[in-house]
Design a protein around this ligand. Structure first.
Ligand code: 5AD
Ligand code: SF4
Length: 459
């Protein structure tokens, strides 16, 4: 969500004729977009701001602003703590940012704007896209959250759940597709409740409309709350040809007692049932999840239940976090906090256990042929390009199940002439690692580039 917000910030600043610079020393304006989900993310903001003190000293006209969730949470307190800061703007103030910058430039004000509203300020598509040529983009379909999980800061820093009008979502995606985008990831704290409050359309209905869009190849979404995962959405994985076979379904804990204290409103049995439904409807679907270890009151027996659940589901991937107290979240006041060393130990156990499943799952893909949407040169290829060596080209992309695949195009004659970026290609997987797969284009194949009736051939 912060990536999407940063893009909107950049677009707004484009209207004031700012451009992106690759070098922070050259910047006239620095915007730090922040995350408050865990304490560590918040600490990073202050250490990063500390490093900007020297730049401001050298260049007094430099404008430094802080946006995002920490800005929303702390407001004017950040200005007090960081005397050389010019601007603090909250999660609902992105649309007002250009005006704030103009005031700072002309009147030398310091500005704090943390006003929230239940109305969504639509991005001004006419401002143009600052980074054309991207294959895949995020699109926020809703803001805020009404779930109030007891550990979570989001409802306080992003406000009440509000869905964007489907027409505006479709219009934005269409403009992305016209600029060459082939894949969109729809974002919301709980996409499953999209449109419900406002009586717009349901999330599966929105997906169907996006699926019909010419030129778009793939659709992803995140995040889905297990309590609201509907049968309709599960069936969308089978019915919609562009919907990728991956779902991120955060479980948080395998213990019903802890799930209750977290206010998650589902049990491990309900979760496991949904996993079964997903796998029965869409065999091979990748399922990833989030886990919090060391939630207040989590005993070793609760923790064992989490490990047991991880073993039962065998996730494709897992994000695991040590619980951290967040301002306003009610778990701050819960008793029986788990000590730091114990949280650290539990985190390690979870990650080690999951690693085995990730490796095993990836291994099963060896020798299989995967359809990969090519996002561009691999990191390694970028290094080679910088050295001006000519070799086979290495590309990177993702499978429908969201696994990263790096591959050779297998054509050693004039490989770089064929730009595969934005195309769906079949790749034979030759080697598997824990975080990526390695392969080679499967023979001289026709490559679908997503435009109706159009085909091109490798080599
Ligand atoms: N402490 C640790 N992890 C948290 N998350 C959210 N709040 C906290 C917290 N206070 C994790 C959850 C969520 C993910 C985005 O971050 O697992 O799904
Ligand atoms: Fe936070 Fe829960 Fe909302 Fe997710 S559903 S954003 S964890 S309150």
């Amino acid at each position: 969500m912060n990536v999407y917000d940063s893009e909107r910030i950049a677009m707004g600043l484009g209207s004031l004729h700012y451009e992106i610079t690759p070098s922070i020393e050259k910047a006239d304006l620095i915007i730090v977009n922040t995350c408050a989900i865990r304490e560590k993310a918040e600490q990073k903001v202050y250490s990063f701001l500390g490093r900007l003190a020297g730049l401001k000293k050298k260049k007094p006209d430099l404008i430094i602003g802080v946006g995002g969730c920490v800005a929303q949470q702390e407001g004017a307190k950040i200005l007090e703590r960081v005397p050389y800061l010019d601007l603090v703007f909250g999660t609902h103030a992105i649309g007002r940012l250009p005006g704030a910058i103009q005031s700072i430039v002309s009147k030398k004000y310091r500005v704090v704007d943390t006003q929230m509203s239940d109305e969504i300020k639509e991005p001004d598509i006419a401002d143009g896209l600052y980074d054309e040529g991207k294959v895949t983009r995020f699109v926020t379909i809703m803001q805020g959250c009404d779930n109030f999980c007891t550990y979570c800061v989001v409802p306080y820093v992003r406000g009440r759940e509000t869905s964007r009008n489907p027409e505006n979502v479709i219009k934005e995606i269409r403009s992305f597709v016209e600029s060459g985008v082939k894949e969109v990831t729809l974002l919301g704290q709980n996409v499953n409740s999209y449109g419900m409050k406002e009586g717009l359309c349901t999330f599966p209905q929105l997906l169907r409309r996006i699926n019909d869009m010419d030129g778009l190849l793939r659709i992803r979404f995140t995040t889905s709350h297990p309590k609201d995962l509907s049968e309709d959405l599960i069936h969308a994985f089978k019915d919609l040809n562009k919907l990728c076979h991956h779902i991120h379904l955060p479980i948080q804990s395998g213990s019903n007692r802890i799930l209750k204290r977290m206010n998650r409103k589902y049990t491990r049995e309900i979760y496991l049932e949904k996993v079964d439904q997903l796998r029965n409807t869409c065999p091979g679907i990748a399922i990833t999840s989030d886990i919090i270890v060391g939630f207040p009151g989590e005993t070793t027996s609760d923790f064992q239940k989490t490990l047991d659940l991880i073993g039962t589901v065998e996730f494709d991937g897992l994000f695991a976090f040590k619980y951290s107290d967040r301002p306003n979240a009610s778990a701050v006041r819960f008793e029986n906090k788990v000590i730091e060393d114990e949280k650290k130990e539990r985190l390690k156990v979870v990650l080690d256990l999951q690693d085995q499943f990730t490796v095993r799952k990836n291994n099963t893909l060896k020798d299989s042929i995967q359809s990969v949407l090519v996002e561009g040169f691999s990191k390694k290829q970028n290094r080679i390009n910088n050295q001006n060596n000519s070799q086979n080209t290495q590309w990177t992309g993702r499978t429908s199940t969201n696994k990263i695949v790096n591959f050779f195009d297998g054509d050693d004659t004039d490989s770089r002439a064929d730009n595969l970026t934005g195309r769906l290609v079949d790749v034979r997987i030759l080697q598997t690692f824990s975080h990526s797969l390695w392969g080679e284009i499967n023979g001289k194949q026709p490559i679908s580039i997503g435009l109706r009736g159009e085909k091109s051939y490798v080599a």
